[in-house]
Write a protein of this length. Structure first.
Length: 173
């Protein structure tokens, strides 16, 4: 079995981060969205400029899952004012966990999730929260298996398409 480890992403990794971000997002959502909406989202939200700004934000943390010198997936966490919605100082947001299709089923997502959990506990947060598209049944099941429960819903804009995300929370205390 291949050894998989997690390492923090640095500014020097921004091009690799863009490649894995765009590829995993496309693999995950292209089948259920228009090419136009996908292209617009990738251009606006996963550009080098945008990812560089996110990496420079001290309240956003990125991690790569690495297997045999290949990036298998990544994780983005937000704390404080960098959270996309709640902005609760007692919370940590998992904004993104994405794994390349070829590494799915190999516990890469679980390893990234455990990194998020460890980070939340180190920071003594009260809960972890996230938003997941209501059509992403695989991810919803993953989060439910890890103890998350739905607490609200919000609109997520993918290109020009307004979609509904389920907001989920995991209390830690």
């Amino acid at each position: 079995m291949e050894q998989i480890f997690v390492r923090e992403v640095t500014l020097a990794d921004v091009e690799t981060l863009q490649q894995i971000s765009q590829r995993t997002f496309y693999e995950t959502f292209a089948g259920k969205n228009t090419a136009e909406d996908m292209a617009k989202y990738l251009e606006e939200n996963l550009s080098l400029h945008r990812l560089t700004a996110e990496l420079e934000d001290a309240n956003s943390l990125f991690y790569f899952a690495v297997s045999s010198d290949k990036i298998a997936g990544y994780l983005k966490l937000n704390i404080g004012q960098s959270q996309t919605e709640l902005k609760d100082v007692n919370a940590l947001e998992i904004e993104r966990i994405y794994v390349l299709k070829e590494f799915q089923g190999k516990r890469v997502g679980q390893l990234l999730y455990e990194t998020a959990l460890q980070t939340a506990r180190q920071r003594q947060t009260e809960y972890i929260w996230l938003g997941v598209w209501e059509e992403n049944h695989k991810a919803i099941s993953f989060y439910e298996k890890n103890g998350f429960v739905e607490f609200s819903r919000h609109i997520f804009k993918l290109g020009n398409d307004e979609q509904t995300d389920i907001m989920m929370k995991l209390p830690l205390q």
